[in-house]
Design a binder for this molecule. Structure first.
Ligand SMILES: [Zn+2]
Length: 219
């Protein structure tokens, strides 16, 4: 049983990571308004059904060692790496994740926002508690401005000021989870923007997650 002092210490650490800084994030959002746009021509959604609600997880969830299992369908790469332990990011593992989340077309990488890794890990770890132990598919991570422009020219949903270009966004899916369920879960972490990209077909759509302002859209 953790002492009260330990608990407070953990709380401070979590605050430093931005995990429990929700009121601050909301204040920022209110101040900045909606001028930070990553979703051209999209609409605000009602909250999805509460199939998962990350706000109910216990503090133990957040302090356990974190392993991220990712696959990159575009390049066929996969990795499963312990990247965070005892409140610290493990540098070699972090570098490996930055490489996996690179711009595969533009052959360039960037320092990925650790907060984004936290959201990816939390989503995966949360559904694993329900027996869905599957890698997270990274459809898009970092994008060079040239790659982002190419997507816009091709008519693929991409914003001119996309947070993908600063290593703060990823497009993801988990096999077996609908966009509604995965997006609802990511949204419940309240760690940034969530875009729901519903698509028909065998693989379905995807979820955009970023560490910008808390907001939701359908693309
Ligand atoms: Zn995206």
């Amino acid at each position: 049983m953790a002492s009260r002092r330990d608990f407070l210490h953990q709380g401070l650490r979590l605050t430093a990571l931005g995990l429990v800084a929700v009121p601050l994030a909301q204040a920022e959002a209110a101040r900045a308004g909606r001028d930070q746009v990553d979703a051209p021509g999209t609409t605000e959604l009602e909250p999805p059904p509460d199939l998962f609600d990350a706000q109910v997880v216990d503090i133990d969830f957040w302090v356990k060692p974190r392993t991220l299992s990712l696959i990159r369908p575009q390049s066929g790469e996969r990795t499963s790496v312990l990247y965070w332990k005892d409140g610290e990011v493990i540098d070699a593992a972090y570098q490996e994740l930055c490489h996996l989340l690179r711009d595969v077309n533009g052959k360039a990488s960037i320092a990925i926002d650790p907060k984004l890794l936290e959201t990816l890990w939390a989503s995966q770890a949360f559904v694993a508690r329900y027996g869905l132990d599957r890698p997270l598919e990274i459809l898009s991570g970092y994008r060079t401005p040239a790659s982002n422009n190419r997507l816009i020219e091709q008519g693929v949903p991409a914003a001119r000021q996309s947070l993908h270009m600063s290593g703060k966004a990823a497009d993801v899916r988990i096999a077996g989870l609908t966009e509604e369920v995965l997006g609802g879960l990511v949204k419940s972490f309240r760690q940034g923007g969530v875009g729901f990209y519903y698509r028909s077909g065998p693989k379905g759509g995807w979820i955009h997650t970023d560490t910008g302002l808390n907001r939701t859209w359908k693309g």
